[in-house]
Ligand binder design. Sequence first.
Ligand code: NAP
Length: 305
Amino acid sequence: MSSTWHILGAGSLGSLWACRLARAGKAVRLILRDTQRLAAYQAAGGLTLVEQERVCRYAIPAQTDDAPGPIHRLLLACKAYDAAPAVARLAPRLAHGAEIVLLQNGLGSQDEVAEQAPHARCIFASSTEGAFREQDWRVNFAGHGFNWLGDPAKPTPPEWFADLHEAGIPAQWTPDILSRLWRKLALNCAINPLTVLHDCQNGGLLGHLTEVCGLCEELAVLLQRCGQPLAAENLDEEVQRVILATAANYSSMYQDVHHGRRTEVHYLLGHACRSAARHGVAIDRLEQLHRRLVDNLRARGLPSA
Ligand code: NAP
């Protein structure tokens, strides 16, 4: 099997992973959206990673999805709503038994991807690292964090797992990846939509704690019913801790909305509401929150799913 890392999406996280893997001498190929984006990338001469004072450019080779050659290892670094369509376009190039690492936040997109690539192994990731694009092809590594990777269908880590350590990417293989993704989804549901609706930083929710606690109660019941009791444990306490620790930050959903970008709501609060319906769990407050958020997004002319 080829050991090349194909990375789809040279946005914030994709560039962060690509630069660190390339810096460690790993073979990396970027897969860009179309020939226009490829030409723009080539004109820029590579990806630039900004880490505190350090600024480095990496001339990582790039291609479009219809380039020749099989793909054995794919890091999917696009938004959740782009994941399945992107993999569908790449499907003819995916080798039998290819491994796909899914960096998408939330839940739902992983199953959509698996449907498009039934012969691939899908490895789910949950990341607390933070990066943002200063401009095209230039990414700022703003928040050090950690990555958990796991495969709900197979407990053994892939043979390339040590690549991550060699590249300085903090990561651990976990059998509980679904629990981590659910916990992160629940934190997101309790905080992010309210920051949009109340137009505030995370800390602004300290003035709306009754509302936050009501959502946590419903989320904890939902997590239990979805077979994720660990993800439900002390959820309200952690939500309040996160609100305090990130009081001065604007949530990712808030930032998306304020930059006029599509949000990943369909894979976050939307996924919670769909799961509740499937399990017959009453979640009146979450449903109402979803309706208010959808109305808010529509009023701004943004997609609500
Ligand atoms: P991003 O900066 O918007 O980057 C996404 C990239 O995907 C863009 O460069 C986009 O291309 C590319 N893309 C979309 N469809 C494509 C296709 N068919 N072919 C090739 N490229 C394609 O997003 P991000 O912030 O890295 O987020 C990626 C995922 O990681 C999200 O689910 C997010 O929630 C999660 N996450 C992000 C962070 C963070 O700090 N950024 C932290 C934790 C989790 P264009 O540039 O051409 O539009």
